[in-house]
Design a protein around this ligand. Structure first.
Ligand code: F6P
Length: 392
């Protein structure tokens, strides 16, 4: 993959000879554009599929140039971290997990941690990114990211950058979109794991606790628990009472089911308690690392019921692998629509998926608040109707 930074002036590209009627020049009634694209925050299956769709749509339909910014916004802060994305660069990307551009959830240009000698300070170096954006001759920047990256995009929009957002996260916690790509792949991975744990749980008459990701919402736990036939699902939106959890396990045992599957969201918390963290926030703007609640719940189950209990923490397995067909299609639709917003000049907006249609909303409407599971909504009621307990 070429790693050269683009330094060509816009005018040079504009005056470059273009073959009349060439495939790369159709529908181009709005002038030439050079657009940047970056992937920010935690990776998730489908990112590469969005990149492929952006590059294909921009080149095949408009004859535009696409510049890949490497490692999220860091690519706008460090020289040499941009390169052209051409059709050949996106060949074979549709089924590939991860992101060919790299990603990071550090390096917010507005709150950048700068270390000088023994001193560390948080500084605003967003002007450096603005300069790079201008130097590259970009007409717009497509930011593929979750809540954190989209908030940064919004701040750049306020500084005059033409940003378009594409929502991604396995957690499915973004407002304004019914679904993010990556979520269904993560649910599939977790479901397959639960299926496998069923057989070993049954053979050994054990309780199996599966800790899944999801940050502060319980979508992955709820949907994989439903799809995998869990007996108990613990989610942040319904703080659990460990006694109720144990009651359910005992009741199953008494009725002849000598094993239980308990799916626990990493953000699940006991009634009156808080989340379990692996590492505290390193700085005001940083994120705490959730994790450990599975072990906590398992130890309590074993102690209170006497049932031998094991824990599986699925962790980053949920972020890897090939996207499901749904996620490939959603990613493709998002990528095409994001280029469409650039074409229309509808900046500061994010593509979203609502009622099976691709639409767009102002980025403000999508960030800041999490889309949580409704504790009394249809999903939870469906699960409870078939006997799944939530520890309440
Ligand atoms: O937001 C996606 C996510 O995978 C969460 O589910 C999880 O809490 C977090 O990212 C893990 O982040 P990291 O990759 O930094 O450990």
């Amino acid at each position: 993959m070429p790693k050269k930074a683009i330094v060509r002036r816009r005018s040079e590209t504009e005056t470059a000879p273009v073959k009349r009627g060439s495939l790369h020049r159709i529908n181009d009634d709005n002038g030439f554009k050079r657009i940047g694209v970056l992937t920010g925050g935690g990776d998730c299956p489908g990112l590469n599929a969005v990149l492929r769709a952006v590059v294909k749509t921009a080149i095949l339909n408009h004859g535009w140039e696409v510049v890949g910014i490497e490692e999220g916004f860091e690519g706008l802060l460090t020289p040499g971290k941009t390169h052209p994305l051409e059709l050949k660069d996106v060949r074979g990307l549709l089924p590939r997990g991860g992101t060919i551009l790299g990603s990071t959830n550090r390096g917010n240009p507005f709150e950048f941690r700068q270390v000088k000698g023994k001193k560390a300070a948080v500084v605003d170096i967003s002007d450096v990114a603005m300069k790079t954006y201008k130097k590259l001759g970009l007409d717009a920047l497509i930011v593929i990211g979750g809540d954190g990256s989209l908030k940064i995009a919004l701040r750049f929009a306020e500084k005059g950058m033409n940003v378009i957002g594409v929502p991604k996260t396995i957690d499915n916690d973004l407002m304004a979109t019914d679904s993010t790509f990556g979520f269904r792949t993560a649910v599939m991975t977790a479901t397959e794991a639960i299926d496998k744990l069923h057989t070993t749980a049954e053979s050994h008459h054990r309780a199996m606790v599966v800790e899944v990701m999801g940050r502060y919402v319980g979508w992955i736990a709820l949907e994989s628990g439903l799809a995998g036939g869990a007996d108990i699902i613990l989610i942040p939106e319904i703080p659990y009472d460990i006694k109720k959890v144990c009651e359910k396990i005992r009741a199953r045992s008494d009725s002849g089911s000598k094993f239980s599957i308990i799916v626990v969201a990493e953000g699940a918390k006991p009634r009156g308690g808080g989340v379990t963290v692996l590492a505290q926030k390193k700085a005001e703007h940083a994120l705490e690392r959730l994790g450990g609640v599975g072990n906590r719940v398992a130890a309590q189950i074993e102690e209170l019921t006497g049932v031998e209990t094991r824990v599986t923490v699925l962790g980053h397995l949920q972020r890897g692998g090939t996207p499901t067909s749904f996620d490939r299609i959603l990613s493709t639709r998002f990528g095409v629509a994001a280029v469409g917003l650039v074409k229309e000049g509808l900046f500061g907006r994010m593509v979203c998926y609502r009622n099976f249609q691709i639409e767009s909303v102002r980025i403000q409407e999508a960030v800041g608040a999490f889309k949580a599971v409704d504790p009394d909504g249809q999903f939870v009621r469906t699960a409870e109707a078939i006997g799944i307990a939530f520890g309440r």
